[in-house]
Write a protein that binds this ligand. Structure first.
Ligand code: CP3
Length: 356
């Protein structure tokens, strides 16, 4: 389908762009009062995710406020473990919890790739979001901006599945299993890898234009552990998706793993997410000129003030070319305490600085 604004897709090519495209990690969410109002209609977060109408409605909310260059499916990375029947719930103010975490050999051997039908609600949400992004212009159907589909990485999903919750101690159960029973961790990773391949492929078939892999916890590992337990499975996924879906750009984001950027550059992804703990110029030097970088404003800036934010945007691009293979974004998800008005400032300063 024709795109009214394809700046985001052009950032995956060698073209020099007039300005970088911009979207925000977690752009739909609790920092927006209209999100909180829509969300209040559902008792549980996963119930909300099962409603394609809700997903499309909140996916559009940030786009109604801001001229963003990409939309992201509204869903969660924990849909796959949920479909594996590990008893997912989201307690109020507590984050995700699994009633049956994978702590022993029996639980790990019983783990199976979920049937895709149990995730059909996500593919329906993708199709519904896609439809909500289309307009009729002069008798032609046009998609406003590209739609991003996403999944957690096998390691990040394994973290929640084994720990049973988000972790105050950086997933100690997972790291213990890695040392004592690496065979069990590897089996979980293999089931997750096959699940993520099918899941992302189905999102692309339902209409996603770009796919992103969130490896939120790869950074709790040492560089050699990271390559073995996280990067290897992301590499497998990307190789398989490149074979099945030629032409669909893939973004991989391993938060906290910037020391391994040179290794990430070899994984086969079109773009790498960069968190705020790395300078963009240094990231560019590590990955070379052929990989698109996405990031990396500190989400903390979105709860500061206009002058501070403008200065930070300006400084972030020192020694860095924002016109070539670059997607402006935050270095991690926007937080519930962010000031929605500052998103206008961020956009304005990005447009200005790119023209300076
Ligand atoms: O607009 C968007 O960016 C799309 C939606 C999106 C959500 N989660 C919605 C959500 C995306 C891309 C995610 C990814 C996700 N989910 C990640 C990877 C990104 C990252 O931040 O590293 C992770 C680790 C999760 C798991 C997860 N889901 C957590 C830790 C939480 C927060 C729990 C809490 O209460 O703070 C969620 C819930 C969640 N996912 C919310 C939203 C908007 C908030 C819950 C609510 O509205 O009740």
């Amino acid at each position: 389908m024709k795109l009214a604004n394809d700046l985001f897709l052009r950032a995956f090519t060698d073209e020099r762009l007039p300005r970088p495209p911009l979207w925000l990690l977690r752009q739909a969410g609790r920092y927006l009062p209209e999100y909180r109002a829509s969300r209040a209609r559902f008792p549980s977060f996963m119930d909300a995710c099962r409603s394609k109408e809700f997903c499309a409605e909140v996916m559009l909310q940030p786009l109604a406020r801001y001229p963003l260059d990409a939309a992201i499916l509204f869903s969660d990375i924990l849909t796959i473990p949920d479909a594996m029947n590990l008893g997912l719930s989201f307690g109020v103010g507590e984050g995700p919890k699994f009633a049956s975490p994978l702590r022993d050999e029996r639980a790990v051997s019983a783990l199976r790739k979920p049937a895709l039908e149990s995730l059909q609600y996500v593919f329906d949400a993708v199709a519904h979001c896609k439809q909500a992004l289309t307009d009729h212009v002069n008798g032609e159907v046009v998609q406003r901006i590209p739609l991003i589909g996403f999944s957690g990485s096998p390691f990040t999903l394994a973290c929640y599945m084994i720990e049973g919750a988000g972790s105050a101690n950086e997933f100690a159960h997972v790291r213990r299993m890695m040392f004592q029973r690496p065979d069990l961790l590897e089996r979980v990773l293999e089931v997750n890898t096959q699940s993520v391949i099918e899941y992302l492929e189905a999102q692309a078939h339902a209409g996603a234009n770009v796919l992103m892999i969130f490896d939120s916890w790869g950074g709790v590992l040492s560089p050699s552990q990271y390559r073995k337990y996280s990067l290897a499975s992301i590499t497998k996924i990307v190789a398989e998706l490149k074979r099945r879906l030629p032409g669909i750009p893939i973004i991989s984001f391993s938060k906290g793993a910037n020391v391994s950027l040179a290794a990430q550059a070899q994984l086969g992804a079109d773009a790498l997410g960069i968190d705020w703990q790395t300078d963009l110029a240094e990231a560019r030097a590590s990955v070379g000129a052929k990989i698109t970088l996405q990031g990396n404003f500190d989400p903390a800036l979105m709860a500061t003030d206009e002058a501070t934010l403008r200065r930070a945007v300006h400084d972030a691009w020192s020694g860095f070319d924002p016109h070539h293979r670059y997607i402006a974004n935050l270095g991690h998800g926007i937080t519930p305490d962010a000031n929605p008005e500052l998103v206008h400032v961020l956009l304005d300063e990005i447009h200005r600085s790119a023209n300076a």
